[in-house]
Design a protein around this ligand. Structure first.
Ligand code: AMP
Length: 179
């Protein structure tokens, strides 16, 4: 991965592959693997995700299961920050806080280790895509339970027509590519 190259957002957008009807009919799945598969694009994307933050300003980058781990871990390295995973319920081995949120059908639960960070930690929350905002809002709720200061929530892709941002009021939100 090369973090040194400047990559245009338009180039990143052009590399996102739209897969219709995955995983179920009616969903336009945004496949980011073509970006990951190109070292220059991957490095450029990570630089865009961390831009505006200096080394030393962020204590931890938090990534959401599973694609948020890919960008979150790379961003943590770039910022010399810790990486903290938020996982689906039942996957983290130690004591956890859990947060449930509603899906179109049913609900989902995500979890974080109770000792993942100290109160007052300055945190950047990263995920690949903002859709309805349920996942990210639950993640912010978990971080607040740990006493974290959420500096920013950053996404590669935002599906603007789903208004996920409305669920994240009170926290700064940035996305690189909007549909
Ligand atoms: P939401 O909680 O509705 O904002 O959904 C966000 C999560 O679902 C993200 O972690 C995405 O990885 C995934 N996701 C939702 N919609 C899509 C989509 N159209 N393409 C790819 N991933 C999606």
């Amino acid at each position: 991965m090369s973090l040194d190259q400047i990559v245009d957002i338009a180039e990143l957008k052009a590399a996102i592959r739209n897969v219709p009807d995955f995983p179920i009919p009616g969903i336009q799945f945004k496949d980011i693997t073509p970006v990951l598969g190109d070292a220059r694009l991957f490095g450029g994307l990570v630089r865009h995700l961390t831009s505006g933050f200096e080394r030393g300003e962020v204590d931890a980058v938090v990534g959401i299961d599973a694609r948020g781990f890919i960008f979150g871990a790379a961003a943590a390295m770039d910022l010399n920050a810790a990486f903290v995973p938020i996982r689906k319920k039942g996957k983290l081995p130690f004591q956890t806080h859990e947060q449930s949120y509603d899906l179109e059908y049913g609900s989902n639960t995500i979890a974080i280790h109770t000792d993942a960070m100290k109160p007052g930690s300055r945190v950047l929350l990263i995920d690949d895509l903002l859709a309805t905002g349920g996942t990210a809002a639950a993640a912010v709720a978990l971080l607040k339970r740990l006493g974290a200061e959420v500096l920013h929530v950053v996404f590669f892709i935002e599906l603007g027509f789903l208004h996920g941002r409305d669920k994240l009021s009170g926290v700064p939100v940035r996305s690189l590519v909007t549909y």
